[in-house]
Design a protein around this ligand. Structure first.
Ligand code: ZN
Ligand code: ZN
Length: 258
C-alpha cells in the first residue's frame, strides 16, 4: 500500500500538546509514514486558551533542525492550524501574508468565544442553538478563501449530551451540502481527521455520510490527519480509514501534491 502522510499533528509549540518534534518524527518513521506536517495552533481570540502561545521562529527552528536529522527518510512540511472566527478574518489574512507555510488548515473551535466541546456551551441550548451557529461559522470559513485545507468538518458532533438531545447528521445535510459546495468551488480540500476514532466515533471527522456527499458533489481528494497531540497518536487509524476513503472513490493527498 502507498505510504501515507500525516498532515495534522501538534508539538509542544501548541499549548495543548505534549509531543516534541523529535518524538513526532520518530513515531512517523516507526509507522512507515511518507512524511509529517506539524500544524501547531495559531489563535486570535484573547479568550482562547491558546492565545499568545504561538511562536513561529521557535517552530521553524524545530522544523529545520528535524529536517537535518530525519530529512533523508521523512519529508517534513510546514503547517499551521488556524482557529477561524469571522471577526478575525483580517488578522488571519495579515498573519498568513507574513508567514510562509506549505499547509494551512482552517478550523472552527469556538462559538461565541467558547470551545463548543466544553459542557457550558450546550447548557440550556436547543439542538438548533447548538449546531446552527457552528455550520454558519464553517460556511463563513469555507467562503473566506483563506484556507486551502478544511479541518475536522463535523467536529461539533463530539458534544456530549446527558439527555435526549443528539446530533443527527442527516438533519444538517442541507447546511453541510452548502459548505461542501463552497469548499469544492474554491478548490479547497477536506481533511479526514482520525482523532474522532479516539473519541467515541466509528468514523473520522467528517463522518462517512459527509465524505460520501463530498464525493457526490464533485470532491476528489482528501488530506489525512491524525490531529495527534501526543506522539503515540501519529498516523492513528490511518490504514483502515484510508482503505474506506479509497473505497468511496476519493484520492488521498500525497507529499508531492502539497
Ligand atoms: Zn482543531
Ligand atoms: Zn489540531
Amino acid at each position: 500500500m502507498q505510504a501515507l502522510f500525516d498532515f495534522h499533528t501538534h508539538s509542544i509549540h501548541s499549548y495543548d500538546a505534549t509531543a516534541t518534534f523529535d518524538e513526532l518524527c520518530k513515531n512517523a518513521l516507526k509507522k512507515g509514514l511518507q512524511g509529517i506536517c506539524v500544524t501547531d495552533h495559531m489563535d486570535f481570540d484573547k479568550k482562547d486558551p491558546g492565545y499568545g502561545y504561538y511562536n513561529y521562529d521557535a517552530y521553524m527552528k524545530d522544523v529545520n533542525r528535524c529536517r537535518e536529522i530525519y530529512g533523508d527518510r521523512l519529508l517534513i512540511k510546514t503547517g499551521v492550524e488556524i482557529t477561524y472566527q469571522k471577526e478575525f478574518k483580517d488578522k488571519i489574512k495579515q498573519f498568513l501574508g507574513n508567514h510562509k507555510f506549505d499547509y494551512v488548515l482552517g478550523a472552527v473551535h469556538l462559538i461565541d468565544h467558547v470551545f463548543f466541546l466544553n459542557p457550558e456551551y450546550i447548557l440550556g441550548k436547543t439542538i438548533n442553538e447548538i449546531f446552527e451557529p457552528y455550520w454558519q461559522e464553517v460556511l463563513s470559513m469555507a467562503r473566506s478563501s483563506l484556507f486551502r485545507y478544511i479541518a475536522h468538518l463535523d467536529f461539533i458532533k463530539s458534544v456530549e449530551f446527558k439527555d435526549s438531545r443528539e446530533f443527527r447528521v442527516n438533519d444538517w445535510m442541507p447546511e453541510i451540502t452548502e459548505i461542501l459546495e463552497n469548499i469544492i468551488e474554491s478548490d479547497a480540500i477536506l481533511e479526514v481527521n482520525t482523532s474522532a476514532l479516539r473519541r467515541r466515533h466509528t468514523g473520522p471527522y467528517p463522518g462517512w455520510a459527509i465524505l460520501k456527499r463530498y464525493k457526490e458533489l464533485g470532491g476528489t481528494c482528501v488530506a489525512m490527519g491524525s490531529d495527534a497531540h501526543s506522539a503515540q497518536h501519529v498516523g492513528f487509524g490511518f490504514k483502515e480509514t484510508a482503505r474506506r476513503v479509497r473505497e468511496l472513490g476519493l484520492k488521498i493527498l500525497r507529499k508531492q501534491d502539497v
